[in-house]
Design a protein around this ligand. Structure first.
Ligand code: HEM
Length: 230
């Protein structure tokens, strides 16, 4: 008699989607906390440098968080691309009419359609960002260990760097917005009646993160903060 072997969870479509949703939630939580923490740049060098020193004073927690984030980014990107490739192979021609339930806004449609583009761009941005502000390894951008304020200001006084951050963070905003809506769908919370409540939540959290991430390079580039280091 044939015995049905259970599939490993990550070999199933539902398992992959659940893993993308769980890792996406972890990354969402990080970008939100990171954005709110970075706002301290507006309080001056002492405050933001003390915040950086506090994070570095807990090496075990820092490395634990780094490992969880790295694992989440890799799993999230690999499984999302795998799901996308699988869906494309299963249906090489696109649907003529493609209107998932209650998808109304242009922003939401644009966010969904650019997901496969915004994902890799955000990844490239992240690699640059770590080289810039964590490793201090970008030629031409001065970096001093522990001087978070100075590193930020000197980085964003360079227009090319500030504009790249702004563009990448706007794309990240689109990615987060669609990701938030998709997350509610994976959790089974997508329904025309609930959409009216869940979509504004995804929009609000994304708006806070995006506004913060765009306002910091903008404020430095325009000299609103950091002009004393020119
Ligand atoms: C304008 C927006 C942003 C600013 C001003 C900013 C600022 C910083 C700074 C100053 C550091 C170094 C902290 C330290 O070493 O003490 C850092 C690290 C980091 N940032 Fe950002 N960040 C921004 C956006 C982002 C975004 C959107 C992401 C994720 C997609 C991100 C992910 C990270 C990660 C993973 C680290 C490394 C943390 C570590 O392990 O040391 N950042 N960021």
């Amino acid at each position: 008699m044939l015995k049905a072997e259970p599939l490993p969870l990550l070999a199933t479509g539902a398992g992959k989607k659940a893993a993308v949703a769980v890792t996406g939630t972890i990354l969402y939580g990080f970008v939100f906390a990171h954005a709110v923490g970075n706002l301290q740049v507006f309080l001056g060098p002492e405050t933001i440098n003390a915040y950086g020193a506090m994070l570095h004073s807990m090496p075990k927690a820092l490395w634990g968080a780094r490992l969880v984030l790295l694992g989440s980014v890799v799993t999230h990107a690999a499984l999302a691309m795998n799901i996308y490739a699988g869906a494309k192979a299963a249906r090489p021609t696109r649907y003529k009419v493609n209107a998932p339930i209650a998808e109304q806004s242009i922003l939401q449609r644009y966010a969904r359609q650019t997901m496969i583009l915004s994902g890799p761009i955000v990844m490239a941005y992240l690699i640059f960002h770590l080289a810039h502000l964590t490793a201090g390894a970008v030629p031409g951008l001065p970096f001093k260990e522990g001087d978070v304020y100075g590193n930020l200001v000197r980085g964003f006084q360079n227009p090319a760097v500030a504009v790249s951050y702004i563009v990448a963070n706007l794309l990240l905003g689109l990615h987060l917005f669609h990701g938030g809506v998709a997350l509610f769908q994976t959790l089974g919370l997508r329904h025309p009646q609930w959409d009216a409540r869940t979509r504004p939540i995804a929009f609000l959290v994304t708006a806070v993160v995006t506004f913060t991430n765009v306002i910091i390079p903008t404020a430095i580039l325009t000299g609103l903060i950091g002009s004393e280091l020119r």
